[in-house]
Write a protein that binds this ligand. Structure first.
Ligand code: NAD
Ligand code: DAO
Ligand code: ZN
Length: 373
């Protein structure tokens, strides 16, 4: 049976510090757990948010990363749905298929491992990582910035062996989140008008989702006009830079669309923009979905008459996608080209250069950097 192994990992020893590449120890998978060799991982804003220290729930020292792809290296007792050699995508939203949330048919927010995951621990309340004998915490139940990581069996989606892990890793967070919010959460229908606020990885994925849904108009909104070209390639039809207008941007969009859009998506995490996204929706039926994660303690506001008169405000986590059941179909769509992953991958680099990936993201120069182990 499996023994403790050495693993190269980028460790966040403290908030605000660069990651350090060290060799950690990774204990064998326990009951219901799986050890995975990570082949590639994306770097997402949420990793940077936690590393910065702005995330009040951030725990250190930890191994960050939650957008990975890998291969099962060892399985613990009682694991039945996965075997050594299977290709997998780690899930920060597990799918146990048994809890009240999973069986509700109304949400993807499985709570089976939520409490311990939020504390940086495995479901039995301990960690599988250590460095020089000191425990290192898990992150979002994934910790993909390590060559080897351990996850609960219910936190892994099994995917086809043929899918390139160095690309489909992006389906572990950003791309699925944007597409899923459009198709699963808002359920945009053919012919609908859509406004997407923020054209990072999430917003661009939402544009792909809107194109897949055959929206008639896709209005792309960003304060960085350099993002418009790629938005256009993905199917956006109109481009709005709020900096070009004196008036509130919701007024501009309402005018452009004869009363407002059918659906809008906030893909930034800015509470003022969330208000604009709601208020650019059409009276009587327009629906706005919040995807962006705002800073700790921030609040949204609008006049309640906006809702009384038929607009709807909702939110979406991981695109409403149930990972084990639904992620394989996203992988197949990526393999067929229906979901173009290459456009997201602006940079590739080895683990040793991972801090550079954070710099590129902060400077707005990358959409996604993929780290190769
Ligand atoms: P990103 O930084 O790559 O993209 C944000 C974009 O918004 C940039 O292009 C930026 O120029 C633009 N922007 C900034 N301020 C703006 C403004 N005032 N008006 C218009 N555009 C503006 O980020 P990302 O990786 O695409 O992530 C976006 C958000 O989604 C983050 O808050 C992230 O935490 C969140 N997120 C949510 C989920 C979820 O499940 N709900 C999953 C992953 C990420
Ligand atoms: O079940 O309470 C819960 C939390 C589920 C996690 C939702 C994550 C939403 C977005 C976080 C940013 C993604 C990287
Ligand atoms: Zn569940």
């Amino acid at each position: 049976s499996a023994t403790t192994i050495k693993s190269r990992a980028a460790v966040a020893f403290a908030a605000g510090e660069a990651l350090k590449i060290v060799e950690v120890d990774v204990a064998p998978p326990q009951k219901g757990e799986v050890r995975v060799r990570i082949v590639a991982t994306g770097v997402c804003h949420t990793d940077a948010f936690t590393l910065s220290g702005d995330d009040p729930e951030g725990i250190f020292p930890a191994i960050l990363g939650h957008e990975g792809g890998g291969i099962v290296e060892a399985v613990g007792e009682g694991v039945t749905s996965l075997a050594v050699g299977d290709h997998v995508i780690p899930l920060y939203t597990a799918e146990c298929r048994q809890c009240k949330f999973c069986t509700s048919g109304k949400t993807n927010l499985c709570q089976a491992v939520r409490a311990t995951q939020g504390k940086g621990l495995m479901p039995d309340g301990t960690t599988r990582f250590s460095y020089q004998g000191q425990p290192i915490y898990h992150y979002m139940g994934c910790s993909t910035f390590s060559e080897y990581t351990v996850l609960p069996e219910i936190s892994l989606a099994k995917i086809p062996q043929e899918a390139p892990l160095e690309k489909v890793c992006l389906l572990g967070c950003g791309v699925t989140t944007g597409i899923g919010a459009v198709l699963n959460t808002a359920k945009v229908e053919a012919g609908a008008t859509v406004a997407i606020f923020g054209l990072g990885g999430i917003g661009l994925a939402a544009i792909i989702g809107a194109s897949m849904a055959k929206a008639s108009r896709i209005i792309a909104v960003d304060i960085n006009p350099a993002k418009f070209e790629i938005a256009k390639q993905l199917g956006a039809t109109d481009f709005v830079n709020p900096k070009d207008f004196e008036r509130p941007i919701q007024d501009v969009i309402v005018e452009m669309t004869d009363g407002g859009v059918d659906y809008s998506f906030e893909c930034v995490g800015n509470v003022k923009l969330m208000r604009a996204a709601l208020e650019c929706c059409h009276k009587g039926w327009g629906e706005s979905t919040i995807i962006g994660v705002a800073g700790a303690g921030q609040e949204i506001s609008t006049r309640p008459f906006q809702l009384v008169t038929g607009r709807v405000w909702r939110g979406s986590a991981f695109g409403g996608v149930k990972g084990r059941t639904e992620l394989p179909s996203y992988v197949k769509k990526a393999q067929s080209g229906e979901i173009p992953l290459d456009v997201f991958i602006t940079h590739n680099m080895p683990l040793a250069e991972i801090n550079e990936a954070f710099h590129l993201m902060h400077e707005g120069k990358s959409i996604r950097t993929v780290i190769h182990f």
